[in-house]
Structure formats: C-alpha cells, structure tokens
Write a protein that binds this ligand. Structure first.
Ligand SMILES: CSC[C@H]1O[C@H](OP(=O)(O)O)[C@H](O)[C@@H]1O
Length: 318
C-alpha cells in the first residue's frame, strides 16, 4: 500500500475468533460496510479506523466521496468513532490532502491515545488488583492495546498485580471469544463469568473496580456501551464498587445532549435464536446507556475526567 494508493483493506474476521484466524481482503466499499455491519470488524475504535480507510478506498476507486462517507457511517449508528473518522478523512480529501495518509494517521493516533488511556487508568486504579470488564475493548477493538483493556495491559506492563473478571457478553460473546482469549494469550490472569453472575461477583467483594469501553459519550457523560453495561453500573453502584468508562475522546459527542438522544442499534433475531428453529419474537439492542451519575470517571487520553462531566468533557474536547 503506497501513499495515496489503497487497493484493499486486510482485516481479521472477528466473528470466527478464537477458533479460526481468518484475514479477509476488503476490495470494495460495500465489503467494508458489510464487514462493519456484520461485526467481522468490530469495536468502536476499529470500526472508525475501517471507516476512514474505506473512504480512502472508495475515493481511490473514483466513487463520490460524500455518498461513500454516508454509506460507511450508516453501517452502524451508535459508535460515534465511525462518523468522526470518516468525516475527518472526508475533510482531508475536501482540503486536497491525501485521504489515505489521513486515514493512516488516525490509526497511529488511536494507538497513542490508547497508550495514554492505559497510563492514566493505571494511576487512577492504583492498588486495584481485580477489575471486571464487559465486551471487548482490547487489541482487536483498537489499533493499540485497548481502552478498558488498555488499563489492564498498562498495569501488567508495569509489573502490577491485575486479575480480570470478564463477562461472557451475550449474545455475540465478545467477552468469552475475544477478551478472555486475548488476555489469556497475553498472560493476564482472567476468569470468564456468565453475564448473569456479575452482580454476585460484585456482591461477594470479588471486584475492586468495573471498567468498560464506550461507543458514544453524550455531553452530560451518559454513556452508550455494549448491552449489559447499564446493569453492571447499577450493580456496582449498589455494592459501592467504582465504575469507570475508558474511551478515546473521539467517542465523545458533545452534539448529543444526553443519553436519551443516542441512537441504539438493534440487531436481528438470528443472534439470539441460534439453534432455536422457532420464529420467536426478539428484542436485541446492541447497546444500552449508563447514566452519568453512576460513572466515577471517564479515562481518556487527556486524563481521567470526573463529574460534573458536562464541564470536564467540554474542557477536554476544547
Ligand atoms: C474500544 S471498543 C468500544 C466498544 O465497542 C464494542 O461494541 P461492538 O463489539 O458491538 O463493536 C463494545 O461496546 C465496546 O465497549
């Protein structure tokens, strides 16, 4: 891939992990949109990276930049990282800059941003030896070591004790298939639990802090993240366990006043009815919103933001 020329985008198909490591070569914008929509490529930061590269690919193939940007942004509505990345590459193109160079720069920025999240989170969670996390926010979901998992890896790299309780994260099991697998492969002590056991783990004092990622953070700090996150925040609050969000600032959307205004992606019944040959009605939201008052801090590359989040978020973004 030389500067300005992008012929294809190579991605790991995360739907097949951990059983199969399959790298797919995406040669069209449609293929990139499909990979994002089917969660072959997933994780707020990485879908932003894929979206930016997908726009560079489309422009290289002579497609209309604005139409292509709209197609990519529509692939998944909740993670604002996708729209942010695509619009940054579009703006570069409109300014006569090389869209591929801008897209690649975003990947490098994400790597550094997650490194900083890890370090700020390590300081904030000093003395915490067991964290509970949800879904997958690590090396498959970012171009670095991750957001919530970035804090885990930072503690590991510093030689600090860290144990992770990973929730299975139904229905697509990102926690079981990706987080538990990646942490185990990285030598981090990890235990996998059913989503429904998280409240008991908190009640039994097994957890020092809960730390999760984010797909969209509203101006008041309300945070959209993988479905099940809200329940964790409520349980953590009830048990007096601090609940943190770790996210790059491109997950913050000051244009969305509160969580009520965040569009929550709803996914199909197939993800719920695997092995059940009966057309049972299903409600399958991919995300939920955790109210800001349940969040102790938002760990970002600019530092750990504390309530009141409308002020601290605005200050970090300005
Ligand atoms: C840095 S990953 C952030 C976020 O994205 C995941 O969603 P999905 O697996 O549907 O792409 C999950 O909500 C993570 O917390």
């Amino acid at each position: 891939m030389s500067s300005g020329l992008v012929e294809a985008i190579a991605v790991i198909d995360q739907r097949l992990l951990p059983g199969e490591l399959v790298v797919r070569r995406l040669e069209t914008v449609e293929a990139v949109v499909d990979a994002i929509a089917t969660l072959a490529v997933r994780g707020a930061n990485v879908i932003g990276s894929a979206g930016g590269l997908g726009l560079a690919l489309g422009i290289r193939q002579g497609l209309d930049a604005n139409t292509t940007a709209e197609q990519l942004i529509a692939a998944r509505p909740t993670a604002v990282n996708l729209a942010v990345a695509v619009n940054l590459v579009l703006a570069a193109h409109d300014a006569g800059e090389d869209p591929l160079e801008r897209a690649l720069a975003l990947l490098a920025e994400d790597t550094e941003q997650t490194r900083l999240i890890g370090e700020f989170g390590r300081a904030e969670l000093a003395g915490v030896t067991t964290v509970l996390t949800h879904c997958n926010t690590g090396r498959l979901a970012t171009t670095g070591w991750g957001t919530a998992l970035g804090v885990v890896y930072a503690k590991q790299a510093a030689g600090e004790e860290i144990h992770v309780i990973a929730t299975e994260t139904r229905p697509l099991r990102q926690g079981a298939r990706l987080t538990a697998w990646e942490l185990h492969a990285s030598g981090v002590d990890v235990a996998l639990i059913p989503d429904s056991a998280a409240a008991s783990a908190l009640a039994q004092g097994r957890v020092g802090a809960v730390i999760v990622g984010a797909d969209r953070i509203a101006a008041n700090g309300d945070t959209a993240n993988k479905i099940g996150t809200r329940a964790l925040a409520v349980a953590a609050h009830h048990e007096g366990v601090p609940f943190y969000v770790a996210a790059t600032l491109n997950a913050v959307d000051l244009g969305t006043v509160s969580g009520d205004a965040i569009e929550i992606e709803e996914r199909g019944a197939g993800e719920m009815l695997e092995g059940i040959p009966v057309p049972i009605p299903v409600w399958n939201p991919a995300f939920d919103v955790t109210p800001a008052h349940l969040i102790a801090g938002i760990i970002t590359e600019a530092g750990v933001l504390k309530p009141p989040f409308d002020a601290s978020l605005k200050g970090a973004i300005a």
